[in-house]
Design a protein around this ligand. Structure first.
Ligand SMILES: [Zn+2]
Length: 408
């Protein structure tokens, strides 16, 4: 028995123009066929056992990806890492909130408690609701470097970096994260100050690539971003102070930028959560550099992916991932490019493009139904009508803070 989603507009994530009046067959966890027109027409007939869902002209897009999130980053528990049960429960809730908002896959960029591994594996087994997770485990940092006081593993020199990367590989990470520069939440560092040396970065990329894993680098300043490109890093996260020259280098490289613009767009959220004054000041300072840097990247034609990085799944009443997409469009990005940056681009990065990321025959049925066309107005993604992951509906209530995940 199949479920046919009929009478919908399809944005398949490949970059093709939206297709009108499409019928999508969902068979088990996968897309069966995608056909034009009505399933009751001449060529395709839904079987007598099949369920037919009339979407009444709504749009279907691939399940979204958040390429930079944390399950256990909360401002109020930042100094209290002993409370693992709290972090576990709150991390699980955050995963559900992302899923209810239409995010069916996430790249987890650093959690110190092991919650990331537990949730990744339980969600994959179908024992727990949440997005498909890809985790870096604990980020590799330098002595006193970014996140040394939270999830980071401090190590110095290429020998220690190789050890730290191998430790994470041993734990079963999906990719490696390195802290190349300072950031917002560190008390004694500039957000653009370089912290790793090229030999350390090369050591990390070499060992990770041997193991078939990609490397994500936390990078704030242009100097660090340039070093990342030259040392073979696969993604540069944040890029708070990207300049025009390095934006051009990014565009000519294969390195993907995950700008997390919603961080400096959501200063109020950090203030309300009680972030320290120095962090708020740094956010204010970074905001204009951050936005301008992304515009340099757009002008140069660089590749980018959507990631949120907030200490919350939601901001301004919507899932942070969608707010990030809106900021990108506000800064001049093409909405179709932004949709691909939240679907196809990360699926390719994580080596899963044959399974998810686009809606095509035979792929896993991860999709979001929205009222209106996100290419015309990206904001229609704010309130998904329904979300499907692995062929199962995730029901969405009006108040997605307390998602009704019926069926799971
Ligand atoms: Zn982060």
């Amino acid at each position: 028995m199949s479920t046919w989603l009929v009478n919908c507009r399809l944005i398949d994530g490949t970059g093709s123009r939206p297709k009108e009046n499409v019928a999508i067959e969902v068979r088990g966890s996968r897309i069966g066929r995608i056909v034009s027109g009505n399933v009751f027409g001449k060529e395709v007939v839904a079987g007598p056992q099949d369920e037919v869902v009339d979407l009444d002209g709504k749009t279907v897009v691939p399940g979204l990806w958040d390429s930079h999130m944390h399950l256990t980053f909360f401002i109020d528990t930042r100094q209290d890492f002993a409370r693992i049960p709290d972090l576990t429960l709150r991390g699980a809730r955050r995963a559900m909130q992302f899923l209810a908002g239409g995010v069916t896959s996430c790249r987890v960029l650093g959690d110190e408690s092991g919650v990331d591994f537990a949730l990744r594996d339980l969600i994959a087994k179908g024992e727990f609701p949440g997005p498909r997770l890809f985790t870096s485990g604990e980020p590799v940092t330098t002595t006193g470097g970014h996140a040394h006081d939270s999830s980071g593993i401090e190590c110095d020199g290429p020998y220690e970096v190789r050890w730290a990367v191998r430790e994470q590989l041993k734990r079963g990470v999906d990719f490696i994260k390195i802290m190349m520069t300072g950031g917002i939440m560190g008390a004694h560092e500039g957000f653009g100050a370089t912290q790793m040396t090229p030999d350390e970065v090369r050591a990390a990329t070499e060992v990770a690539h041997y193991a078939g894993k990609h490397v994500a680098a936390h990078t704030g300043g242009a100097e660090g971003i340039e070093m990342a490109i030259k040392c073979g890093v696969d993604t540069v996260e944040h890029c708070y102070a990207l300049d025009e020259r390095v934006a051009g280098m990014l565009a000519e490289s294969n390195t993907i930028c995950v700008p997390t613009l919603v961080v400096t767009d959501s200063i109020h959220l950090y203030r309300e959560a009680g972030a320290p004054e120095y962090a708020l000041k740094k956010l204010e300072l970074a905001k204009e550099y951050h936005r301008r840097g992304f515009q340099y990247l757009l002008k140069a034609g660089g590749k980018f992916a959507v990631g949120s990085d907030l200490p919350s799944a939601r901001v301004k009443g919507i899932v942070a991932t969608v707010r990030e997409m809106e900021v990108m469009v506000e800064l001049g990005a093409d909405p179709m490019d932004v949709i691909m940056a939240a679907t196809k681009v990360p699926a390719e990065l994580c080596g899963l493009i044959d399974e998810v990321g686009t809606l095509e025959d035979g792929k896993l049925a991860d999709l979001v139904v929205v009222d209106g066309c996100p290419v015309k107005d990206i904001r229609v993604l704010e309130h998904p009508v329904s979300v499907m992951k692995d062929g199962k509906w995730v029901k969405v209530t009006k108040d997605a803070e307390s998602p009704d995940l019926g069926g799971w």
